[in-house]
Design a protein around this ligand. Sequence first.
Ligand SMILES: Cc1ncc(C[n+]2csc(CCOP(=O)(O)OP(=O)(O)O)c2C)c(N)n1
Length: 660
Amino acid sequence: MNNPAPFPGAPPGNEGRQVFTMTEISKERILDKVNDPEDIRKLDLNSLTVLAEEIREMIIETVSRSGGHLASSLGTVELTLAIHYVFDTPRDKLIWDVGHQAYTHKIITGRKDRFHTLRQKGGLSGFPRKEESPYDVFNSGHSGTSISAAAGLAESRCLLNENHRVIAVIGDGSMTAGMAFEGLNWAGDRKKGLIIILNDNEMSISANVGALSSYLNRLMTGQTVTKLKAEVKSFLKTIPSIGEGMVRVTRQIEESLKSLIVPGALFEELGFTYVGPLEGHRLDHLIKTLENIKKLQRPVLVHIVTKKGKGYRPAEAEPLRFHGVAPFEVNTGLPLSAGETTLPPSYTEMFGRTIAKLARENSRIVTITAAMGNGTGLDAFAKEFPERFYDVGIAEQHGVTFAAGLATASFIPVVAIYSTFMQRAYDQVIHDVCLQNLPVVLAMDRGGFVGDDGPTHHGLFDFSYLRSIPNLIVMAPKDENELQHMLKTAVEAGRPASLRYPRGRGLGVPIDAEPQRLDIGKGEILRVGPDLAIVAIGSTVHPALTAAQILIEGGIDATVINARFVKPLDRPLLCEAASRFKRMIVVEENVLMGGFGSAVLELFEEAGIADVKIRRLGIKDQFMEHATQAQLRKMSGIDSEGIAEAARHMMEGNAGPAGG
Ligand SMILES: Cc1ncc(C[n+]2csc(CCOP(=O)(O)OP(=O)(O)O)c2C)c(N)n1
């Protein structure tokens, strides 16, 4: 059969594909016929356009039930179709930066039927996962990794004498990450064939910030300038005798102002061929351009312009809320949980409220976020104190050292970064903050399990990676009221201090009118019982108290201690508890290795306390998948039932191994 061209002006390379037309497939959804990219490559432009809308519907409907990264994924529907249409995936390697925009990719790479399980226990991950599909080439979740990973694949292709293509898709927000610049700097110089698609929607989670963002913006508006220039040139040429001379002069000026006039000069200077900016929702433009650049054997940067939330009015209107959205009602876009005004404040809200309160009394307090003003609860602070609030972009390393700089000049910077993203700034915390003993506060939201975002986002390592650093105070509040006291303690400590608190709502405890300074290194006894001591910290304190209630029914009467500080530990309290009860359970929502329980063991070793039976509860040496926070805590044995179970075992004389 002689296949017709898929659509007028179809890109070359389409010959020999079987083509379905709209009439052949009008009786059912096109999406029903699409299982993998091979099916996409058989479609004509009209069908692809219809498919894009069907995919949008599926994404909106699914995310309205599961929650997830809606706005970003709606913005990349056409781009994803075009990439899989043009490139020979999975032979050609496609890497998604962050990976939160890859829902279309999941749907058309064999996972359509499981898409309804998105972000649920045992279901599809919200991010690319090699374990899930051969089309997912590189796992992601944190920003800025795609260019380096793609550069690695491009090098490997040369070493192995292979000839596939490598494509990285990165957003303009993620392009502000230091790692992205490091990758560009390297890949441009290596001159290996590599395609970077810069998906520019002018948004990070909030509006994008920084000089690069302004530059990209100028590139977009620069299109008009280029057009204008062309018009002026042809007008000058029409003037006899002086016309040609003027054009020459214009050309000279152009040369000297190259960086202003050549679109994408920044990327060109870094060794990339710049293409764009392109309208990122025009399938015909995208396909044609990708077909053209696919032949190039050098680094290319394709700049496309998309709209976050494209095709769903509420998300287009509120891209920030729909970046990572909880379940909502499709018709209105309103949250399903709306109206429940009696819920306790989230830890994030409590942090935001308290830091604003403290800042009213202390003008030296400044706050810093790495593109997470909303997520960290600093939005209200930013409104009230715009000149004391800094969004540094997705630049955690810069954010921490920037804070250290401010702290050397007598400011008290409060750096609000999620636990998982603080991992990026580890050296900066050691080298720039703690080594100089500077009064920087690290406020780490999302400590512990985050739930449905999964292993790239769980904040399970911070106790371990922070407690080994000299000079640093490491604490975690048991509830939202204690959070405000810890924040005041940190701000007034006069040295580096960190506090980590969980994702989600507080416990609904009474809130003291004013934050109070705590004694640094002092825990508290919450309950006294003669049989054993349960020492908990942060989010595990409340479950430990509930466990004690459960145990009472079985005749076991436990003491419960809220340690408050991982560092400095309350040495007298813990040593006294060990000597008195001889049985101790230490529980934390952190990896066991090097965590709070390890700190307690080290303390007893140092203090020469050997006659105490200890069981540590926490996260074993493995990455934890996505599920709800409650499911994950249960699976790890750190919920109230798990703690009670461990206590029963201990009382029966069987302490068991560390872990849940
Ligand atoms: C290192 C790191 N810091 C912060 C985040 C949180 N985060 C997730 S997506 C995002 C914005 C990304 O913006 P962009 O790359 O432009 O993608 P868009 O959502 O606009 O499509 C941020 C800040 C992250 N994933 N990784």
